[in-house]
Design a protein around this ligand. Structure first.
Ligand SMILES: *Cc1c(COP(=O)(O)O)cnc(C)c1O
Ligand SMILES: [Zn+2]
Length: 405
């Protein structure tokens, strides 16, 4: 394997709204001109040349297309961004009548969720900028992730979370020694307060979509799918969507692989939203722009009134010929139990939503049973263990064997 590149190939940032370009220096958040989210772009020609010289087998896309400087000692980057986490899900595939299903199991990342992919990129970027304190708003997982990885790197985290976030996620944040601020309001309120606090206190922002290094970190999941050939072993990827940043990141990773000539075609992206929090799916169906909804779903990690990465999420669906679909809370909870019993993976509701989405997609004909499907399982079930209580029921209590049912 090649040495880690010492300097990333980043070249500039570009606004998805107005197209304005910005140099990769200092603090780069949303576009100062129009408020749009930024894309980070690379010197794709130079990377393509390197790929020509060395060939696919010698290179790791997670290093080639890294948005931060990666040294050999950056263990955490290798553990999170440059690792392969795919699991064949044969029993689920058989149940759905599907040819092939691969799960990306991010329930076992350090903090137990996909959010680690964004947090590691943001924390390493903060370190490059010489900033020690990173703040973010979170429904729970982004905060737990930032707290966990900041502890590993000896940095400081400040988390703004809705007071009604699942207790396990809030305790997780506190266990890692982060400053937890509970907001008397929802995630959207926490987001706005956090941005104000950042402007006042000079902290670095790990606010989803607002900081382009979030999506850029999340793209590592797509880079992990790249193999030795110029096609991926998948036709379609199912992605859970709240803010839409995972969707944006998955798409960006695929596009970057295409731009350097690693792959020729992109798989279709299917966004899975909860019926009670479906701003992206609504906009996609109406062929219009994002309007906020009053979000309400058992999948707390998907509960978002106004998706912060909506523009990129819609672009991801459109440009890959994908679709957006919605699943009800009871389908999501059933998927949690199905996934745990068939594959031995206990996911939180948002993490299992893709399984419910896959069932729907097959029924609706947006996935063909002959296709090779990848689905992202994004969060650990221990973070919200009580969600499934209504389905699994209570265990019997006995004091002697005569009572054994
Ligand atoms: C945050 C999160 C999502 C949704 O990601 P977005 O970028 O908000 O669309 C899905 N699953 C889990 C477990 C999450 O924590
Ligand atoms: Zn702009």
């Amino acid at each position: 394997m090649e040495d880690a590149p010492r300097i990333p190939y980043l070249s500039k940032a570009r606004c998805v709204g107005c197209g304005a370009g910005y140099p990769i220096e200092g603090l780069l958040y949303d576009c100062p001109l129009c408020g749009g989210n930024l894309d980070l772009l690379y010197d794709y020609g130079a990377i393509a040349e390197r790929l020509e010289r060395h060939g696919r087998d010698e290179l790791n896309p997670a290093l080639l297309l890294a948005p931060v400087r990666v040294e050999k000692g950056d263990r955490l980057y290798f553990e999170i961004a440059a690792s392969k986490r795919s699991v064949p899900a044969e029993r689920t595939a058989a149940d759905l009548g599907l040819r092939s299903l691969t799960l990306i199991d991010d329930t076992t990342l350090p903090s137990g969720s996909f959010k680690d992919r964004a947090s590691i990129a943001v924390l390493m970027r903060a370190r490059e900028l010489g900033l020690r304190t990173v703040a973010g708003a979170s429904t729970g997982n982004a905060g737990a992730s930032l707290a966990c990885l900041a502890a590993r790197l000896g940095m400081e985290a400040v988390i703004f979370a809705p007071r009604a976030a699942p207790a396990a996620k809030l305790r997780q944040i506190q266990a890692h020694g982060a400053r937890l601020i509970l907001v008397d309001g929802n995630y959207d309120a926490a987001f706005d307060l956090c941005l104000e606090a950042i402007a006042e206190r000079g902290w670095y922002s790990r606010n989803t979509a607002h900081n382009p290094w979030c999506a850029e970190g999340k793209k590592s999941v797509s880079l992990s799918l790249a193999g030795s050939g110029d096609t991926l072993d998948c036709d379609v990827i199912l992605v859970p969507a709240g803010d839409g940043c995972i969707l944006a990141g998955v798409h960006k990773g695929l596009v970057d692989l295409q731009r350097i000539g690693w792959i020729r075609e992109l798989p279709r992206l299917i966004a899975v939203q909860a019926t009670g929090s479906a701003a992206i799916a609504n906009a996609w169906r109406a062929g219009g722009t994002i309007n906020p909804v009053p979000a309400n779903t058992v999948a707390d990690s998907l509960a978002v009134d106004l998706p912060r990465d909506g523009a990129k999420a819609l672009r991801a669906i459109r440009e890959t010929n994908g679709v957006a679909l919605t699943v009800d809370d009871d389908e999501i909870l059933k998927a949690v139990v199905d996934l745990a019993t068939r594959e031995g993976i206990f996911a939180e509701p948002a993490g299992a939503a893709v399984i419910a989405g896959l069932r729907r997609a097959i029924e609706e004909g947006s996935v063909d049973p002959g296709e090779r499907v990848v689905a992202l399982v994004t969060g650990n079930g221990l973070k919200d263990r009580d969600a499934i209580a209504p389905i699994v029921g209570e265990a019997p209590v006995i004091s002697n064997l005569a009572e054994l049912p």
